[in-house]
Design a protein around this ligand. Structure first.
Ligand code: IPE
Ligand code: MG
Length: 234
């Protein structure tokens, strides 16, 4: 463990693991093999970050806009997540990691819903680290649904503080994102955690997600540790 070189570490890291498709295409492989390797890399990253005192890790697996992809790729992504949770849940639980899901679970295939719900239930009392899987997640949808619930519950307008509003989001109870990492050479947020990243530090890298390794995450952590966060103050 190389904690010593960091003067500050993020409490909550969010990752947009982009570049699976290009990684596969560069090798003449089907895009789904890139997603498969990408899922394996998530497993390595979870284990590696679990060595640090980082309490929250949020991974963007599937956005509400990813439904625009070909059906075959979408179904492949669903299968990959299902297998991934199936294969790793026992170990994740043993490591003291709590799994949470962010997004609209009801639109996912039944089998995948079941696997997610089972894993969430099994790990709900774990406290070492919380791993949030954003799957069929979109920031705008999340905010709209919060507004709908607030109205349905007839909360008086003057009671709606930032804290109250945040408690209606999928991320209720989670701290804001400290460090947002995006791989794959794209400089955008893509509807990810738009409420929760207003004062995040951003780290973009050209490295494609399947190639993103320990030295790359350490680079991101080192960059974060050098930032001066002022939150609009001095
Ligand atoms: C990111 O990889 C994974 C998901 C969006 C599910 P991409 O599939 O976006 O890979 P590129 O951007 O085409 O390389
Ligand atoms: Mg992409």
């Amino acid at each position: 463990m190389a904690i010593k070189k960091f003067t500050q570490l993020p409490n909550h890291i969010a990752i947009v693991p982009d570049g699976n498709g290009r990684w596969a295409e560069q090798r003449g492989l089907p895009r789904l093999s890139g997603h498969q390797i990408g899922a394996e890399n998530m497993y390595h990253m979870i284990n590696y970050l679990n060595e640090y005192p980082i309490k929250y890790l949020t991974l963007y697996g599937f956005s509400t806009e990813n439904w625009n992809r070909p059906k075959e790729e979408i179904n492949g992504l669903f299968q990959i997540l299902e297998d991934f949770i199936d294969k790793t849940v026992a170990e994740v639980h043993q490591e003291g990691i709590r799994l949470r899901h962010l997004g609209r679970i009801g639109e996912l295939p039944r089998g995948l819903q079941r696997v997610i719900n089972k894993a969430v239930e099994l790990t709900k009392d774990n406290t070492r680290m919380t791993l949030n899987i954003a799957f069929n997640y979109g920031g705008r949808t999340e905010i709209l649904e919060a507004v709908r619930r607030i109205i349905a519950e007839k909360i008086p307008p003057e009671d709606i503080t930032e804290e109250v509003f945040a408690s209606f989001l999928d991320t209720a109870g989670l701290p804001n994102v400290d460090l947002l990492i995006r791989t794959g050479d794209e400089l955008r947020l893509s509807n990810f955690l738009i409420w929760q990243t207003t004062y995040s530090e951003y780290h973009f890298t050209r490295v494609l997600w399947p190639d993103f390794d320990k030295k790359d995450i350490d680079k991101a952590l080192l960059s974060y540790s050098r930032r001066r966060r002022r939150f609009g103050g001095l």
